[in-house]
Design a protein around this ligand. Structure first.
Ligand code: MG
Ligand code: MG
Length: 263
């Protein structure tokens, strides 16, 4: 069952979205060679608690981090540990918060220092695919239009692997609500997008093949060909007249200042 949100609920979710966006930007300021994943996680946790929020992932089905930190071939759900960032890595930072009982969820994939051109393009294309997905996420369209937008661009134009098994999701008073939001699909197919629907759209795109596997830790999802994978996510609210993005990358962009990685 889909829980459609009232305008009041969407206003509250905007606050959750803003906090999660600022949290990732705070983390962004510390991403550089020599820093551990656990250090980034600690920064995020402190920032969220200082702003009266609650980390959403910590304790979720036993997850130990405030962030999911997914390095290189890791697609999503990487557990923050003592691993040290090194020049040339890419790292997806995925964060969820609860504020006023409502969840916000966003993710951004960062370069660590200078990275190969192939990885730069992967980040840029994955980020752009999220913009295209959001443009397709308007009232009256269907879920398949969102997935088509991502798949057509990433797979059709660039030949990247679009992960099928992991999808975006409805979000509200729960982190994961109905419906599922796949990153593949056919135009005009699937459930209709109606005002009040709030979803997390999150393309997970592999430089190589789309095949993934889960590590023995029960969480880490990685590309089986061990090539890099990128992940960008926004929480968006569909309204009758417009689609509102409740999270934002503007804080991150003003920290990282990369002219090749933009919307
Ligand atoms: Mg997320
Ligand atoms: Mg999500």
């Amino acid at each position: 069952m889909i829980h459609y949100k009232s305008n009041e609920e969407i206003e509250l979710m905007k606050l959750s979205g803003d906090l999660v966006s600022k949290t990732i930007a705070e983390v962004a300021a510390h991403i550089k060679p020599g820093v551990s994943l656990l250090h980034l996680d600690q920064i995020a946790e402190t920032f969220i608690l200082d702003h009266k929020g609650t980390p959403a992932f910590k304790g979720y089905r036993g997850f130990t981090g405030t962030l999911c930190t997914s390095l290189n071939e890791v697609v999503v759900h990487g557990i923050p540990d003592h691993t040290i960032l090194k020049e040339g890595d890419i790292i997806s930072v995925d964060c969820g918060v609860v504020l006023n009982q409502y969840y916000g969820d966003s993710a951004f994939t960062f370069p660590v220092g200078s990275i190969p051109e192939s990885a730069q393009q992967l980040l840029q294309v994955t980020r752009k695919s999220l913009v295209k997905a959001i443009a397709a996420a308007k009232s009256g369209n269907r879920m398949g239009d969102i997935g088509f937008a991502v798949q057509d661009y990433c797979e059709g134009k660039y030949g990247y692997g679009v992960v099928r098994e992991m999808v975006g999701h409805g979000i509200g008073k729960k982190l994961h609500e109905s419906p599922e939001v796949p990153n593949y699909g056919k135009r005009g197919s699937g459930p209709k997008l109606l005002p009040g629907l709030v979803i997390a759209i999150e393309p997970m795109i592999n430089l190589g093949k789309r095949s993934i596997a889960q590590a023995d830790d029960g969480w880490t999802i990685y590309a089986t060909d061990r090539k890099p994978s990128a992940h960008f996510e926004h929480t968006v609210a569909i309204r009758a007249d417009k689609t509102e993005v409740l999270t934002t990358f503007k804080y991150i962009d003003s920290v990282i200042k990369l002219d090749w990685l933009t919307d």
